[in-house]
Design a protein around this ligand. Structure first.
Ligand code: PHE
Length: 347
């Protein structure tokens, strides 16, 4: 093998060893660059005699063409490999199923809340929301439940070791009844000078808290307060409103109501409301669904109203319990575990 054949072979081997375009260009420089070995051969022609020059020149040119051909081939091979790798990396399997958009649904208790709001809304009740961190005054004192009175322990309240700006102790509201006072005071303020004052008709749904936990009690639960105050609102109206509400809510007239005497500091007289279905799986069982009563004069006074003139009723019901009854759920805690196997049944 002569020196030019050797050179061609070396160049081909060097190109084959180049695994990336940059390596290949370096290898090219060693043979075809300004001081590459083939270029040096061409420069050396100048020292030869004219007839040798021609023959040698032809040989060098032939070698150069071979080296250039090898370079072109290798360049193409590297470019192809690069494209191949890129295509592989970015490959799309168009046969894979698309990513579905998860579609959530309203929590069953939220559905109940919306239902309650819609039904009472249709009876002319406003919907109000209030703070879950409440002051002692709104949670108890204003509701005719004096400091140190044993009736305060009817509710195992979560007290917060903190006072508000006016020095009133804070608690996690144990019921939505503070909203009676908040709403009525704002209403009385707004209509000061109107005679008579437009009636108060409001419900106040929301979260409430008590130190309590078993299959039918959760430390966080829901209540919906109701209040109707006017010059001539009586227990009869409470009965009509409740009967209407429950028949609407459960979509059946096959349902009876019972008012059972009870005690709440803020109502007098007071009653627990029970319902019983006349058919279905719960047939004939009395189920407690709300507390209620005629608002106590001391509380009406705390609304900023004259109890000799304004009278009415309040009630507090448990939307969690209503949800359990409506959907046949037997453990309240299921609502708050966040288990999708349970929740997705409400789709
Ligand atoms: N707040 C009472 C409770 O939580 C329910 C109630 C509200 C009773 C309004 C009477 C009037 O048990």
């Amino acid at each position: 093998m002569n020196d030019l054949e050797q050179l061609v072979q070396d160049a081909q081997a060097a190109f084959a060893l180049a695994l990336a375009p940059a390596d290949l260009e370096n290898a090219k420089a060693r043979y075809l660059g300004k001081s590459g070995s083939l270029t040096e051969q061409l420069k050396a022609l100048a020292t030869l005699a004219p007839d040798e020059k021609k023959a040698r020149g032809a040989l060098i040119n032939a070698a150069k063409q071979q080296v250039e051909a090898a370079l072109t081939l290798r360049r193409q091979a590297l470019a192809d490999a690069e494209l191949d790798a890129q295509l592989k990396a970015e490959a799309l399997d168009v046969t894979l199923p698309g990513r579905q958009r998860g579609c959530g649904v309203l929590h069953p208790v939220s559905r109940t809340m919306e239902r309650i709001e819609a039904i009472f809304g249709s009876m002319g009740f406003d919907v109000a929301e209030g703070p879950e961190i409440e002051t002692d005054w709104y949670s108890f004192t204003a509701l005719n439940n004096p400091e140190n009175h044993p009736a305060r322990s009817m509710q195992d309240t979560f007290y917060v070791d903190m006072k508000d700006a006016e020095g009133r102790w804070l608690n996690l509201r144990p019921h939505t009844s503070p909203m009676q006072v908040r709403y009525a005071r704002a209403h009385a303020e707004k209509h000061r000078g109107c005679d008579p004052m437009p009636e108060i008709r409001v419900i106040a749904p929301g979260r409430t808290y008590r130190v309590d936990s078993d299959a039918t009690h959760s430390p966080m639960f829901h209540q919906c307060e109701g209040l109707w105050i006017g010059e001539n609102v009586s227990f009869k109206d409470l009965k009509v409103v409740f009967t209407d509400f429950f028949r609407n809510f459960f979509e059946t007239d096959d349902l009876q109501l019972r008012f059972r005497p009870s005690f709440f500091p803020f109502t007098e007289p007071s009653a627990e409301v029970d319902i019983a279905f006349s058919s279905g799986p719960l047939k004939g069982r009395w189920l407690e669904v709300a507390g209620s009563g005629q608002v106590h004069p001391n509380v009406v006074r705390n609304y900023g109203l004259d109890p000799d003139r304004y009278i009415g009723f309040a009630f507090g019901m448990g939307p969690d319990r209503l949800t359990m009854l409506r959907y046949g759920v037997n453990d309240l805690r299921l609502f708050f575990d966040g288990d999708l196997r349970f929740l997705s049944q409400f789709k």
